[in-house]
Design a protein around this ligand. Structure first.
Ligand code: 5GP
Ligand code: ZN
Length: 118
């Protein structure tokens, strides 16, 4: 059994503010939100990052993207939202269980990354 933190959240061993779950995916609010609405959707099966996916993950990953709009609307994000998947060291990934961040709120979120000074 994986002691990965998101695997433990999926199994209910660590409490979370759950939004949705079915046989393949689990969605819950981020513990340290960086937008008025900030939640994550994860595959229930452990996969470390987008650098570790293989064809066996295709269905769950497609399912996450197909569910994103419905779950975002359920949180009041009717005019759009941002999806982020941080991957690996360069992507500043902190938790190595693949997760899709969904971010939004009443106001536009601003540009995706700050431009570096020339
Ligand atoms: P990453 O940088 O890996 O894309 O994002 C990991 C996210 O997981 C962070 O936004 C962080 O706040 C969130 N996080 C870390 N530990 C926990 C936890 O125990 N519960 C919840 N709900 N979120 C967590
Ligand atoms: Zn995991």
């Amino acid at each position: 059994m994986s002691d990965c933190i998101f695997c433990r959240i999926v199994r209910g061993e660590i409490p979370s503010k759950k939004i949705y779950e079915d046989e393949e995916i689990f969605a819950f609010h981020d513990i340290n939100p960086i937008a008025p609405v900030h939640f994550m959707i994860v595959p229930k099966v452990h996969v470390g990052s987008l650098m570790d996916v293989d064809p066996s993950h295709q269905k769950a990953l497609g399912h996450i993207l197909l569910k994103a709009n419905e779950l975002a609307r359920g949180q009041g994000l009717n005019e759009g939202f941002r999806t982020i998947i941080n991957t690996g060291r360069i992507g500043h990934q902190e938790v190595y269980h693949l997760h899709v961040h969904i971010l939004g709120g009443p106001e536009p979120l601003g540009s995706m990354l700050k431009r570096r000074a020339p």
